[in-house]
Design a protein around this ligand. Sequence first.
Ligand SMILES: *[C@@H]1O[C@H](CO)[C@@H](O)[C@H](O)[C@H]1NC(C)=O
Ligand SMILES: *[C@@H]1O[C@H](CO)[C@@H](O)[C@H](O)[C@H]1NC(C)=O
Ligand SMILES: *[C@@H]1O[C@H](CO)[C@@H](O)[C@H](O)[C@H]1NC(C)=O
Length: 629
Amino acid sequence: MLLAKSSAVFFGLAVTSVLANPTVTLSKTKVTYRGTTVGSVEHFQNIRFAHDTSGQRRFAPPEPYTPAEGTEVDATAPGAACPQSKAAIPPFFVETPNISEDCLTLRISRPAGTTAKDKLPVVVHLHGGGVVKGSAYDPHFDPDNLLALSVEIDKPIIHVALNYRLTIFGFARLPILKDQKSMNVGMRDQRVGYRWIKDNIAAFGGDPTRITSFGLSAGATFISLHLISYGGKKGVPFTQGWAMSGPPGTGFNMTSDVTELHTRAVGRQLGCPSNQDSELLQCLRQVPFEKLTETAMGYSVNNHPPAGLFTFIPSVDGDIIPDRQSVLYRSGKFVKGIPMVYGWAQDDGAGSTGPASLYQTEESIKKPVKDVAHTITEEDFEKLFSLYPVSDFEPDLAFYEARRQESDPVVPVHYFRAARILRDLMFTCSSIDFGYELSRQSRAINPQFPGTHLYTLNQSMLTPLFAGAGMPYIGATHGSDTNYLYKLFPEGPIAEADEKLSRAMGTSFINFAYRGSPEHKHKKKKKKNDAGLGDWPEAFATQGPGALNLMVIGGPHGTGSAHLTSHKHKTKGKKGDGREEAQVPILGEDMVVGEMANKIDRERKRELEREKLFERCAYINSLSEKLGN
Ligand SMILES: *[C@@H]1O[C@H](CO)[C@@H](O)[C@H](O)[C@H]1NC(C)=O
Ligand SMILES: *[C@@H]1O[C@H](CO)[C@@H](O)[C@H](O)[C@H]1NC(C)=O
Ligand SMILES: *[C@@H]1O[C@H](CO)[C@@H](O)[C@H](O)[C@H]1NC(C)=O
């Protein structure tokens, strides 16, 4: 599969790819990394940044690793993935045949011919996968297409991806581990990895002052958690972030001690002694890693079918995570001045609903909501249902009905309500809340802060897959964003509209890597093809919580930003700041102008206003304490 995808690039440059074995030498230690060239990209893989985590290092914080001076490191082949189930999770993750506890490695890819003088912006991918799946070497995240785009638009970047410990290996919880500052070690791995990048990327041609951390789902949530880690006291080893469908409070309970119960339950299943935690820990360290992986994953799948996602998760440890995230960011205890892009997918909640046929009544909405927030009371539900009344979702139903084929399922209106409630609860509202605090508090220190940019993705290459599986009612769903950046799955030909969107989104992403803002600035000497998604104003450019700019990416109403205001603040935008009206959408080279554009802008804005983001999120964000995030 991979071969087919890359053969076109590979073909023309087959000669150089055989000849060139690029090397990079670190100036201080004279350690040399020998990589490979494939097509027009140089890859350095399996670069170890921390020691093997087996034996006594299991469940312990990572220990940074530096090869002996003058070593020549073979960086020509992928490293192992951290322990996880080997099976694929289609369509998102391929099989992971090679797992090992010696997995704290990273990979670096750069345009061929990059030298240390180039100082290119660096983008660092933190994979998602519900803290049970993924690795830096998953071919779904091969950066070749993204790097090719960056070269084509004359803004080359360097791509890095890193591994971190998953499941019980990364997120075991016991009081004894807490005492030893050994909780959330998966996050500590990420920090050590970032630190390595910051310290060494210059030798590879990267600019350590422009490091964009990006990821989807759990990968994105970790980025936000790094911003609040240590209450912001220790900074972060990256300079900006792009978080896709993974806000800081993604519906998991950070204060929960259930992770401890899970840890003990796995110990019991393995026959470990349970009287003394020190003995339990020692036993858990002695179990062969294959056995521990299998037991922890079997347990997780039971706990949260079908894939066992989010069973061993980050939680408050009084150290790297000193408190619940919303407590920290609302009280200013986070790293300020880090420009962020937060995005969600329009139908992000569909990943947690199950089939539409389950939603014949309002009552049925309660179950999936309780699954992410079991402390929600009947009173809360009453309020929630009144904020998401049936009448608000009749247009969604009508839209679906108008396109429904005879063989397509009938969808009850409560399904659309459930999907939207879950989206807002897990993704949208926390993104807005944190984004607002980040902008507001950072700007108080530095008025020039480029701020937070928000988007909602309303187009997906996965839609045909869901339609084919009997779920044509699913729109742009969780996990759709990375397809546009990497353009590697699903397999097969890419529709023209997706091809265009991929290019535009990739360009905005690269612009962000360069300048800390995805906004395209109209320059006098306009460079070809660098408009990306077009004008993308900062989300909270007009002060106050009652207004925001939201970028819609793709979908039937096209790409463009809309300025939204809460009812209370409907009165006026500042005259002449250009923010009071929706922006003209620009997609690739096709510029839509005049009346047509205004009409599309108005439609898009009207659609967004139907989502009542201010009212609904004000309520949802008031539930943080109850939700534990
Ligand atoms: C797994 O990866 C490691 C690290 O690159 C490598 O040494 C080993 O040969 C690989 N094993 C298999 C079975 O591919
Ligand atoms: C979060 O965890 C705490 C402590 O275990 C518990 O009291 C609370 O009910 C949990 N909340 C949710 C929403 O699960
Ligand atoms: C998103 O797409 C759906 C169709 O899939 C459409 O009904 C809706 O209006 C779009 N929303 C926005 C904000 O563009």
